[in-house]
Design a protein around this ligand. Structure first.
Ligand code: ATP
Length: 283
């Protein structure tokens, strides 16, 4: 693969991506292109297939050649090259409560082969980028949920990836901590031009922070565009049908495309479950 091809290729290119767990088609023909430099939101309710799609893109789940390319590199054929291009913050907690913030990030710097002589500085930069410079030498077990999430962000950033993939980065956090996480994602993106692919079921966050979103339901993309285009489009359809009222939100767009498949209570359950996971891990 030539350097030119890699530069011209989209950050992520999924073509007919499919993945099944036994009888369950978790991802069922997903077509998706993420341009370099954009913040792209993969949205959907529990079970939509977001995490499975992300795990295929990160090479953690194997798919046949031709389904997923990252900066032009096929995940099936160039697994290690793809891994070197991306930073991944999974839903499961990846920080170790018994290590300090700095030690946690240093561990990732070693795993990702950050050269030894650059390591200390790169770790300090990653911690500063997420607002944890002052807390760097405290045990992660003393961190709040929002600080842990930012620490995990620093772990993913220390290898200076071209593509940052975040699976539900703000789940289980209170509104202030959620804002804090996004402020740092936005700042890193502004400073580096890094591509960000994020899954979330918080439509308000996607509306505010994503350049484009894909609304995913039952393994497929049902709507794709900028949040503004999607909400304007629904507003126009409603006006054409004679409806009045408040301008639609992204959540309204989602309800239109997903219909009765949406579960009103799923977000709450997920928050509780995730909060518990956080508590178990760092408690
Ligand atoms: N390891 C697994 N074994 C069996 N089925 C699975 C597995 N992981 C996911 N699934 C199923 O695949 C489907 C998609 O799940 P996935 O986790 O990708 O959805 P999601 O949109 O990320 O939802 P959530 O936000 O709840 O993680 C669901 O029906 C889920 O039950």
């Amino acid at each position: 693969m030539s350097g030119d091809t890699e530069t011209a290729a989209p950050a992520v290119d999924c073509t007919g991506l499919a993945y099944a767990f036994g009888e369950t088609n978790a991802v069922d023909g997903l077509d998706l292109t993420v341009a370099e430099g954009e913040v792209f939101g993969l949205l959907g309710p529990n079970g939509a297939g977001k995490t499975t799609a992300i795990r295929c893109i990160t090479t953690l789940l194997p798919v046949p050649p031709g389904m997923v390319r990252v900066f032009g590199r096929d995940t099936a054929r160039e697994r290690m090259a793809v891994r070197r291009l991306l930073g991944y913050v999974p839903q499961q907690l990846s920080a170790d409560a018994s290590l300090t913030g700095r030690e946690n990030v240093t561990l990732f710097a070693r795993v990702f082969d950050v050269p030894r002589r650059e390591r200390a500085e790169r770790v300090a930069q990653a911690l500063a980028a997420v607002g944890l410079a002052d807390a760097a030498d405290r045990m992660a077990g003393t961190f709040s949920g929002g600080m842990i999430r930012r620490l995990e962000l620093a772990q993913a950033l220390v290898s200076a990836p071209r593509l940052l993939i975040l699976d539900e980065p703000t789940i289980g956090l209170d509104p202030i901590a959620r804002t804090g996480v996004w402020e740092h994602i936005d700042a890193v993106r502004a400073a580096t031009g890094m591509t960000v692919l994020v899954t979330t079921h918080y439509m308000d966050e996607a509306d505010q922070h994503c350049d484009r979103v894909a609304l995913m339901h039952r393994g497929r993309v049902h709507a794709l565009g900028t949040p503004g285009d999607l909400t304007r489009g629904l507003g126009e359809r409603r006006r054409a049908a004679g409806a009045t009222g408040a301008p639609p939100t992204l959540e309204d767009v989602f309800r239109e495309v997903a219909g009765s498949g949406l579960d009103d209570t799923s977000g709450d359950f997920r928050d509780v479950r995730s909060t518990r996971r956080t508590a178990n891990r760092v408690g």
